[in-house]
Design a protein around this ligand. Structure first.
Ligand code: SF4
Length: 387
């Protein structure tokens, strides 16, 4: 056999992880499936490689040295670390990594004009192409297939419904591009997707694709997706939510970033506090769950912004209906080994950002937050594994 296709399956992640925990109770365990080869299943015949909660391989069901090329679906940096480890142990095998984690790394190295040059082990390469391109196939959403590993835990897997963001104008966003697509999905494909937690994969659910929510199979299934809190999404959801009786099976992840109108305008978010609040109430009144994401470590906060942020949380619905998480505004265009990667906050900005973070901790129903320093450590670890 020449080629092997690997996707990871993590069975013991605790609820504290923001990726999938939001629809589970505290203390639950669940299974994250990074099912990168779902749409070429019959061609790739991928295997699941089981990981523990610390990203250690617990079971490798094949002998890697029997293969010439090993394609790996990597969603997190930790998956890439595993591949580097394999690359050392099996120098005669060629490893090809694709998926969110490496697409991102590649994008960073392009943007930084090689400041962040990634030097891969000689037997590891990165591809930005889809799994279909390996087989010369066009992407076909209706080819979706997945054999779920047999475990007694809730599962979270990924099902693509579109590509790109219809807004694509937030000036801090690295996922902007002009073209976005809503995929045409057969009703039969939608009805037959496996039970579990399903990430409806797209950068933001477009007003048009909101209709898809009325066609989903809600039996033993929960759905997560990214949503922009803007007027067009509000109008679409206002029409379709009354048609969905299982709306408690829906969780929307909304980027608020910083809840003041001045800041929203400055970042080109294309919405305002009033609209965001309206969308959140519309969702929670209908019984949907909401996860709000925020950005910390800004270099341009003003005193009034902090006051407005505090008021924003007062206008939110009951605390049991939403949760939140935050990430810092990391300067991906900088060099991870230098200060300009994280943007050094000083004086007044340091003080205002610390107030902003306190507000998040006090009022935000916070589930998860990470500092730029922590991200830096992870990126450096990534680089240390390079030759
Ligand atoms: S709405 Fe979200 S995905 Fe779209 S451009 Fe803004 S931050 Fe990026």
């Amino acid at each position: 056999m020449e080629n092997l296709f690997i996707q990871f399956c993590q069975t013991t992640v605790k609820q504290t992880n923001t990726v999938g925990g939001s629809f589970l109770k505290r203390g639950d365990h669940f299974q994250i499936l990074t099912n990168g080869f779902s749409y070429v299943w019959d061609y790739a015949n991928p295997i699941w490689v089981d990981l523990d909660s610390d990203f250690n391989v617990t079971k490798l069901p094949v002998e890697l040295s029997n293969y010439q090329k090993v394609y790996v679906s990597v969603s997190f940096f930790d998956h890439a670390f595993i591949v580097f480890d394999w690359a050392k142990k099996y120098p005669q095998v060629n490893f090809i990594m694709g998926g969110p984690a490496v697409n991102f790394v590649d994008m960073v190295s392009d943007f930084t004009k090689k400041q962040f040059m990634i030097k891969l082990p000689s037997n590891v390469s990165i591809t930005n192409e889809s799994a279909e391109s390996i087989f010369g196939l066009p992407f076909d959403i209706n080819r979706f297939k997945i054999d779920l590993p047999d475990f007694n835990t809730p599962r979270l897997y990924h099902f693509r419904i579109g590509s790109g963001c219809y807004w694509s104008r937030c000036n801090f966003c690295i996922y902007r591009h002009e073209n976005y697509t809503n995929f045409e999905i057969d009703p039969e494909t939608i009805q037959n997707i496996p039970p579990g937690g399903v990430w409806l994969g797209t950068e933001s659910l477009s007003p048009k694709s909101c209709e898809l929510l009325t066609q989903l199979n809600y039996d033993d299934r929960r759905y997560h997706c990214f949503l922009r809190g803007d007027t067009s999404a509000y109008k679409s959801l206002q029409k379709i939510l009354p048609m969905i009786k299982e709306s408690s099976h829906l969780r929307f992840f909304m980027g608020i970033e910083f809840p003041s109108n001045r800041m929203l305008q400055m970042m080109g978010k294309g919405t305002d506090i009033e609209t965001l609040i309206k969308v959140i109430h519309l969702l929670t009144d209908a019984g949907c769950k909401v996860s709000l994401s925020f950005i910390t470590e800004w270099e341009c906060i003003e005193k009034n912004d902090v006051e407005e942020a505090k008021n924003f949380f007062k206008m939110l619905p009951d605390e049991s209906t939403y949760d939140s998480y935050y990430n810092p505004l990391v300067n991906w265009f900088g060099d991870v080994k230098k200060e300009n990667f994280i943007g050094k906050l000083t004086g007044e900005q340091k003080r205002l950002n610390s107030q902003w973070q306190s507000i998040l901790h006090k009022y935000g129903c916070l589930k998860y937050g990470i500092s730029s320093e922590r991200i830096k450590q992870r990126m450096l670890k990534f680089r240390e594994l390079m030759p």
